[in-house]
Write a protein that binds this ligand. Structure first.
Ligand code: HEC
Length: 108
């Protein structure tokens, strides 16, 4: 009986962490997009920018989007409009920008 209990517990822990890992991976970019304030300007799912002059992000290829994020963060890309976004970019690491870019690329 003890043995069976241990097996059940092990199976529960095992499947629980697998599930949690899978969900974390799937949710990452989408969650970061909301928690790191991107949604405030670029709108739900990168499709509804708050101002007509702000870019839509949904469906953009990941390599391009990631490079733009990095350039806006570093100041390499700098014009009147990037000034709006630059102040929030300290909130995201390279890995987080990558996760957001990968997620944006999956949107239609
Ligand atoms: C305060 C408003 C604001 C916030 C917050 C913001 N952005 Fe932006 N974002 C802009 C504006 C404005 C531009 C256009 C910049 C330009 O004209 O050069 C832009 C440009 C971009 C671009 C380049 C689009 C292209 O087609 O070249 C990407 C990618 C992007 N933002 C992603 C993000 C992500 C990811 C976040 C969250 C970490 C974020 N933005 C937060 C306003 C914002």
């Amino acid at each position: 009986m003890k043995y069976v209990n241990k097996l059940v517990v092990a199976a529960l822990i095992g499947s629980g962490s697998l599930l949690a890992n899978g969900m974390a991976l799937a949710a990452d970019g989408a969650t970061l997009y909301k928690t790191k304030t991107c949604v405030a300007c670029h709108g739900a799912d990168g499709k509804a920018p708050v101002l007509p002059s702000y870019p839509r992000l949904a469906g953009q290829n990941a390599a391009y989007a990631l490079q733009q994020m990095k350039d806006i963060k570093s100041g390499a890309r700098n014009n009147g409009q990037t000034a709006a976004m630059k102040p929030v970019m300290h909130l995201v690491s390279d890995a987080e920008m990558q996760a957001i870019a990968d997620w944006l690329a999956t949107l239609k």
